[in-house]
Every structure is written in structure tokens, then in C-alpha cells.
Write a protein that binds this ligand. Structure first.
Ligand SMILES: CSC[C@@H](O)[C@@H](O)C(=O)COP(=O)(O)O
Length: 386
């Protein structure tokens, strides 16, 4: 079984899996300019907080490798790269990984100012490649820390397997590989600690049914798809039988007190989990942590177009039950004149979250009901402390 790859990269060449065509079609788009990177992010052909940052960084790296900017001086080159990064930052507003990657890239190119334009361009490309590689290591660590936390807090073991529910897609398709929340589920499965994974459909864009269900089936992980509206009934009727121990989700932005923006529908799952005595885990690399923003009220939530609710794309199913993977149909699912509110994300208050699992360890909530990230991010914390 081959590993799923959202992004294929070698120096000077980037290919990005078009996730809008999944699960019916596997098609990689070449991305070799900042405009192509912007477009594939804004149209959600690639999505997921870490993957967005990776495609923006590597897309510009490929452009700079193949068509270096001819600038009059080092400082002009830095300004021109900054402009390209500021343009990419506007592709999607909520996930902070992109802003963090941009800040990191801007800082690195400044360390080579005065060493010549080739050195500046090279430092950018190397940093973009580091961001890509580091993400995979982060996800493997998140898988380990999350599994250890579930061993200690929920008794997960080969003798006492647990079931979990996840929302949206946080797997290999949303990252450079393995995944964050889905990474913990993968690691639980590899260790034989996982009884069953439930995944939500994740309306309106169906990242759960189109992408997570596909990843779970691809990996042979025992799994069941539910609609978003079935979570309460699942907890009420199947918690004991399946030993449902945790809801595990990813994050687009975890702010200083632990409030977390993630795919719309996450907040209601957190409230339900608390009511049913089920642990609620946010799995996120530290690149998804935003210490500059104090609480969830400061998070900008992306609102998307109404057609995402009133129309759906699918493939034709024949009378024999077979899916015609070549076919593509756009279907209206509502009266097209209805008004629509379509926020892509919501904010789960810290009080509903039990633990934030990062690549640097699991951070539990303090007695004041908030999270303290100062121990895992001492340098970043020092900059915002006052
Ligand atoms: C590891 S991905 C974490 C989050 O980005 C994920 O949970 C999510 O909400 C993705 O939303 P999307 O709109 O598909 O980009």
C-alpha cells in the first residue's frame, strides 16, 4: 500500500494533489509560481493548516529556483520576496501555520542579507524545504505523545482498545504525511490500541466523507462514517459498546489561552464530549499555535461562498451500485435562492478542551481553565509575555 501524498516535491518541481477530485480521481497539478500556489490554496485543491503553509512556501521556492528575481540589491530582493509572501498570506485567513511559516521565511532571508542574492534565494529555498520535512517529524511525534496520553488518561492498550471520533481531515492529505489528529489515530492503530475510528462527514465541504473516510479505508483502519448530526446519538448509544474514549481533532489556530479555531462543527463536538464524559483532544503542531492572539475572540473566521451549501459535486452511481469515477456531476441540494451563512471554522473555548497535543508534548489545561504554552514555547512566549 502506497502512502498518500498531498504534495510531491523535489528542488525546482512541486506537484499538488487536487483534493477536490478525491476520492474518485487522483490528479496532481504542477505548481511552479506564487499565483499557482495561491490559486490551489484559495480554491481548496489543497487544504489543511500545515499543507497550506507547505504549498505556499514550496510554491514560491520553486518559482525562485526556476526564475530567480533580478534585483538591484540584497535589500531590494528581500523586499520583493516579502511582497510575494504577503500576497500568499491572503490566500486563506484562519490557519496560522501560513503566517508562522511566512514569519520564519522572512527572518531567515534577513540573516543572509549582505551575502549576495544567490545566498538569499538559497536560504529561502532551504528553509521552505525544512518546513516541509519538519512537518512530517512533528506529526510522528504528535502521534506518539497523543497515544501516550490516551494510555495514561483513558487506559488505551492492546488489551483495552479504545474507539475515537474525528472531524474534518487532518491526515496525510492535510500535512506532509501521517497527520495530526488522524496521526494519533494511525499510531493507535499501528500499536493495536485502536478498536474503531468514527469520522464525521464534515459538511459543507465533506472533508470527512471525501478525504478522511478515504484515508481510513486506504490504511485498512476499522472505521465508520457518520453525518455531523449523528454525534450525540453515537455517544449516547454506542459509547459503552465501542469504548469511545476521545474526540480527536486538529486545529487551524490555537491561541494563547487555548481557545481553538478548527473546522466548523468542532465546537459542538466538544460540548457533546464534555456532556458524555469523553476526552476532547486537540492535536496540533506548534506551527498552529498563535501566541500573539490572547483569546478566540481575536480569530478571524473565513466565510465561504453559498454554493458550498446549496450545491455538491459527485460521481454518478450506476444501477449496479458501481461508481463511474470518470463522471462528474454538480447537483443542487437546496433552493438556490435561499440565504446562506457559511463560516468555514468555529472556535472551541479552552474550557471544553482536555489537552493540546503538540510535537513537543501534551499540554494539559491548568486549574484556571486555560493552557500554558510557556514551557513548550519559552522563546516565543518571552516575546509576548507582557
Ligand atoms: C492538520 S489539518 C488541521 C486543520 O486545518 C483541519 O482540522 C481543518 O479544519 C481543515 O480545514 P480546511 O477548510 O479543509 O482547510
Amino acid at each position: 500500500m502506497s502512502a498518500l501524498e498531498a504534495v510531491k516535491y523535489q528542488r525546482g518541481k512541486l506537484e499538488v494533489l487536487d483534493q477536490l477530485r478525491l476520492p474518485h480521481e487522483f490528479h496532481y497539478d504542477p505548481v511552479s509560481t506564487r499565483q499557482e500556489a495561491f490559486d490551489s490554496i484559495a480554491t481548496m485543491r489543497v487544504r489543511g493548516a500545515p499543507a497550506i503553509a507547505i504549498v505556499a512556501s514550496l510554491g514560491l521556492a520553486v518559482e525562485l529556483h526556476n526564475n530567480p528575481i533580478a534585483a538591484a540589491s540584497d535589500s531590494e530582493l528581500i523586499t520583493r520576496i516579502d511582497e510575494a509572501l504577503d500576497y500568499l498570506k491572503e490566500s486563506r485567513p484562519t490557519a496560522v501555520d501560513l503566517s508562522n511559516a511566512i514569519a520564519q521565511l522572512k527572518a531567515v532571508i534577513r540573516t543572509t542579507e549582505g551575502k549576495g542574492q544567490t545566498a538569499i534565494t538559497e536560504s529561502f529555498i532551504e528553509e521552505a524545504e525544512r518546513i516541509f520535512k519538519k512537518d512530517l517529524q512533528n506529526n510522528l511525534s504528535i502521534g506518539d505523545f497523543g497515544t501516550q496520553w490516551l494510555q495514561s488518561q483513558a487506559g488505551a492498550s492492546a488489551e483495552q482498545q479504545i474507539s475515537v471520533l474525528t472531524h474534518c481531515n487532518t491526515g496525510a492529505l492535510a500535512t506532509s504525511g501521517h497527520g495530526t489528529a488522524l496521526g494519533i489515530i494511525r499510531t493507535l492503530h499501528y500499536k493495536s490500541f485502536l478498536k474503531h475510528a468514527f469520522c464525521t462527514e464534515t459538511r459543507p465541504y465533506n472533508q470527512g466523507s471525501r478525504l478522511t473516510a478515504f484515508e481510513l479505508v486506504h490504511e485498512g483502519i476499522p472505521s465508520t462514517l457518520i453525518t455531523d448530526s449523528m454525534a450525540a446519538a453515537l455517544f449516547r448509544t454506542k459509547k459503552t459498546e465501542n469504548n469511545i474514549a476521545a474526540v480527536i481533532v486538529g486545529a487551524d489556530r490555537v491561541v494563547r489561552n487555548g481557545d481553538t479555531a478548527n473546522k466548523i462543527g468542532t465546537y459542538q463536538l466538544a460540548v457533546l464530549a464534555k456532556h458524555h464524559g469523553i476526552k476532547f483532544i486537540v492535536a496540533a503542531p506548534t506551527t498552529s499555535i498563535d501566541l500573539d492572539t490572547k483569546t478566540g475572540d481575536g480569530i478571524k473566521i473565513e466565510e465561504r461562498k453559498k454554493e458550498e451549501l446549496t450545491q455538491i459535486t459527485g460521481a454518478v452511481v450506476g444501477s449496479d451500485g458501481q461508481v463511474d469515477k470518470e463522471s462528474k456531476v454538480r447537483v443542487a441540494t437546496a433552493d438556490q435562492r435561499i440565504g446562506v451563512w457559511n463560516p468555514a471554522f468555529d472556535v472551541t473555548p479552552a474550557e471544553f478542551i482536555d489537552v493540546v497535543v503538540t510535537e513537543k508534548g501534551a499540554v494539559e489545561k491548568g486549574p484556571d481553565g486555560t493552557f500554558d504554552f510557556s514551557k513548550i514555547l519559552p522563546e516565543r512566549w518571552a516575546k509576548v509575555a507582557n
